[in-house]
Write a protein that binds this ligand. Structure first.
Ligand code: GNR
Ligand code: NI
Length: 174
């Protein structure tokens, strides 16, 4: 396994739509393993392939609290088939928007169809943080970030700060 570099906003790749996968093979599983390592090391509770620069419909998630009881979830070609009318609000963060957090309202529950690590079709009913996290990750696959749910003023402020932060990092490197 190897850790990959996480793409930070603003970067045009984060606005692109990821492509559906045709088959599950060892090469794809290697990418999923790398994504999981990258997510754990960040640390984060979810990661979409586009966040490591790959436009494929792949997500890894682990919302377990205790470090020693890992329970990774791999979702290939995830599709949200139903969303509840009831909503819930979570403070969201994103590894592509480091240091920024906002309360986002989303459907509280969702049913998700996907292909698992072994290439098997699955369907689950998600609620709570898992539901929010799946929706956040599926948004990434469609080029959507949580800041898109904020006012243009708040969104522009966050992006401006990230641009400034990137420029300061460049100064140190150069
Ligand atoms: O680590 C993460 N935490 C988080 C918290 C609330 C809602 C969604 C998330 S996902 C985020 C990691 C990430 O950027 N995934 O794309
Ligand atoms: Ni994210």
């Amino acid at each position: 396994m190897s850790k990959r570099k996480i793409v930070i906003e603003p970067d045009p790749i984060l606005r692109k739509k990821s492509k559906t996968l045709e088959k599950v093979d060892d090469e794809l599983r290697k990418l999923l393993d790398d994504m999981l390592e990258t997510m754990y090391s960040a640390p984060g509770i979810g990661l979409a392939a586009v966040q490591v620069g790959i436009l494929k419909r792949l997500i890894v998630i682990d919302i377990s609290k205790e470090k020693d009881k890992k329970s990774p979830l791999f979702l290939i070609n995830p599709e949200i088939v139903t969303k509840s009318k009831t909503t819930s609000i979570y403070e969201e963060g994103c590894l592509s928007l480091p240091g920024h957090f906002a309360e986002i309202e989303r459907p509280a529950e969702c049913n998700v169809k996907y292909i698992d690590y072994h290439g098997k079709k699955k369907e689950i009913k998600a609620s709570g943080l898992l539901s929010t996290c799946i929706q956040h990750e599926v948004d990434h696959l469609n080029g959507v970030l949580f800041i898109d749910y904020l006012s243009k003023l708040k969104r522009d402020m966050i992006v401006k700060k990230l641009v400034k932060h990137k420029k300061e990092l460049n100064k140190i490197v150069l």
